[in-house]
Design a protein around this ligand. Structure first.
Ligand SMILES: [Zn+2]
Length: 276
């Protein structure tokens, strides 16, 4: 599933390729992906210019001047820019036609991705964006503030996956962040000390930034838009590495389940109950 670095990589590609284009019309082949009526969707976006492409958490936001098209890629959503006459693709779910004879194809093998329209005035104060927590690079999210948000008995891994706390982190990066910080994924959030919270904060910024620089990771079938593959999976230290030596101490990486999610960690570098 694409996480913040992959979505940000897609956003940058879209910004470079479709910003400034005027939408002539659109075709949605799979209406259940759409929140609201198909006719309203067509009539609302037709004739509008893509002024900008933004991101909030794992959502892409097409700024259509006064209206936003929110796109969530979920498991396998992908965008491709093609000629508008390009033949229909096997997993194509929607096509946005531009006035310059190009088209943006949305492909989604598993059909979990979604489209929704929101008025610009209320886009950030209504669901789903109103439910999102801090962006990881938000300067107001200080290490001390982050430490204050670590309450309750939930495992720290579950807290990192909770989009209401920090938005954009998913299963891959949560494992890498906790390895970087030397914190066991099952550690109860309320027991973490300020130094540990600070390290997690520094690690999520550092790891997400380097993953964005690498164009994200293309773990399993996920590929970035417009034919580019992310390179970050080469830099993964623990995620999907069960049985291979820890890059720091050579102890074999272990795999456990945390809230049903496959979780990878080093039992030596991330000892449970380790403080400081
Ligand atoms: Zn280790």
């Amino acid at each position: 599933m694409p996480e913040l670095p992959e979505v940000e990589t897609v956003r940058r590609s879209l910004e470079a390729k479709v910003k400034g284009k005027r939408i002539e019309t659109a075709h949605v082949d799979y209406p259940p992906m759409l929140e609201g009526a198909l006719e309203r969707f067509h009539s609302t976006i037709s004739g509008r210019v893509i002024e900008d492409v933004k991101r909030r958490g794992k959502y892409l936001l097409f700024d259509l001047a006064g209206v936003y098209l929110l796109s969530h890629l979920r498991m396998e959503g992908k965008y491709f820019l093609t000629d508008r006459e390009e033949k229909k693709q096997l997993h194509e779910r929607a096509r946005i036609f531009f006035t310059d004879r190009t088209a943006l194809l949305y492909e989604d093998v598993r059909k979990f991705g979604t489209f929704a329209l929101r008025d610009a005035e209320t886009v950030f104060t209504t669901r789903p964006l109103s439910k999102l927590g801090y962006e990881p690079f938000d300067a107001s999210l200080t290490p001390a503030l982050f430490h204050g948000m670590l309450k309750g008995r939930r495992a720290i891994k579950s807290v990192l996956l909770d989009q209401r706390v920090v938005a954009g982190i998913g299963n891959i990066y949560a494992d890498e962040i906790l390895f970087c910080a030397g914190v066991h994924p099952m550690e109860e959030a309320r027991t973490l000390e300020e130094t540990q919270a600070s390290r997690i904060h520094a690690c999520f910024q550092r790891i997400l930034e380097s993953a964005i620089d690498a164009g994200g990771a293309s773990v399993r079938t996920y590929k970035n838009t417009l034919g580019t593959d992310g390179r970050f999976e080469r830099e993964l230290c623990v995620h999907t590495k069960a049985g291979t030596p820890c890059p720091h101490c050579s102890t074999p990486i272990e795999k456990i389940k945390v809230n049903g999610r496959g979780t990878y960690f080093c039992p030596h570098c991330q000892r449970r109950g380790k403080k400081g």
